[in-house]
Design a protein around this ligand. Structure first.
Ligand code: HEC
Length: 115
C-alpha cells in the first residue's frame, strides 16, 4: 500500500513536471506585457507589427527567437542601426522577451505557407 502510494506520487510529480518544464523553457515572454511595451514601437512598426511604411520591417508573426536575437543585437551593437540602437538600448532582457512574444503572436508573416 505504501509502495503504491509512492509510485502514484512519483507519477503525479513526473506529470506535473512534464507540464511545467516546456512552458518554462520556451516561453519566457509575456505577450500582454509586450503589447504595452510596444506602444513606443507603434509609430514605425504599427500597432501589431504591420509596419506603416516600407522602410520599416514587418514584425507581425516573425519567429520569436529571431526577434529576441535582433533586439539583443541592436542593444549590444552587434547589429548596427542608429534608430534601433536608440529604441533597444534601454530594453531589459524581460522587455525583449515580452516584445518578441507579442509580435510573434500576431498574424502576418506566420500566415505565409513557408515551411
Ligand atoms: C522611428 C522608427 C522606429 C521605431 C519607433 C522602432 N523601430 Fe524597430 N526598426 C526600425 C527600422 C528603420 C528598422 C530596420 C533597421 C535595420 O536596417 O537594421 C527596425 C528594425 C527592427 C527589428 C528587426 C526586424 C528584422 O526583420 O530584422 C526589430 C525586431 C525591431 N525593429 C523592433 C522594434 C521594437 C521592439 C521597437 C520598440 C521598442 C522598435 N523597433 C521601434 C524603425 C523603428
Amino acid at each position: 500500500m505504501i509502495r503504491q502510494t509512492s509510485i502514484f506520487a512519483g507519477t503525479a510529480l513526473a506529470i506535473a513536471l512534464a507540464g511545467l518544464l516546456p512552458a518554462e523553457l520556451q516561453a519566457a515572454g509575456d505577450p500582454q506585457s509586450g503589447k504595452e511595451k510596444a506602444q513606443v514601437c507603434e509609430a514605425c512598426h504599427g500597432a501589431t507589427g504591420e509596419s506603416v511604411d516600407p522602410s520599416y520591417p514587418n514584425l507581425a508573426g516573425q519567429h520569436e527567437s529571431y526577434l529576441v536575437k535582433a533586439l539583443s543585437d541592436y542593444r549590444s551593437g552587434a547589429r548596427d542601426n542608429a534608430i534601433m540602437k536608440g529604441f533597444a538600448g534601454s530594453l531589459s532582457n524581460q522587455d525583449i522577451e515580452d516584445l518578441a512574444a507579442w509580435y510573434a503572436n500576431q498574424d502576418g508573416l506566420k500566415d505565409l505557407s513557408i515551411k
